[in-house]
Write a protein that binds this ligand. Sequence first.
Ligand code: HEC
Length: 168
Amino acid sequence: MGLKMNRNLVLAIIAVVVIGGGVYLLNQDAEKSIDTAVIKQRIELMRKDVLGNFKVVKAYVKDGKGSMADIETAAKGIQAAAGKIPALFPKGTGRPDVDDKTTRSLAKIWDDWGTFEKAAQAMGAHAGHIAMYAAQENADEVKKHFGLMGKEGCGACHKPFRGPKAEK
Ligand code: HEC
């Protein structure tokens, strides 16, 4: 009798370990797919909302193309994107935790989060100024803040926190 109970207990423990292990592995997989999704989302944000709108302002600043109304809309798009950046960079979604082909984000982002956030805020603040000055048709100030946005926003973040393109 005592022996049989022990056997049942052992079987129960094995079942818990096997089923529990399976659930654990499933969770691991789910976590991985969430990470990749957030990486894709932020790359999409950088390409469309950030670079796409950046090009609209740049076309005006460099070549005098487009209207002040276009610039105002584009700058507001960049400003909105800036606020979305921090949440799209959860810890552990950069190199080397994730492979080089999937992300160019460096682990340094989470070692120096304050500087990272500051660059996102600078991008948002200058974009806000661009929108405001575009509404006032103040071309000089639009140009000035476009330059500062590139330097204190894109550049201040890409230089320390974005690694080189992965070799194909
Ligand atoms: C707060 C940090 C930060 C700011 C500000 C920032 N970026 Fe980025 N950007 C990144 C990081 C990090 C990546 C790499 C994302 C990844 O691969 O996980 C990236 C990627 C990109 C990409 C590449 C997308 C691809 O195809 O791989 C483009 C384009 C881009 N940024 C444009 C810009 C422009 C233009 C600005 C300024 C107007 C800007 N970014 C501002 C951090 C930033």
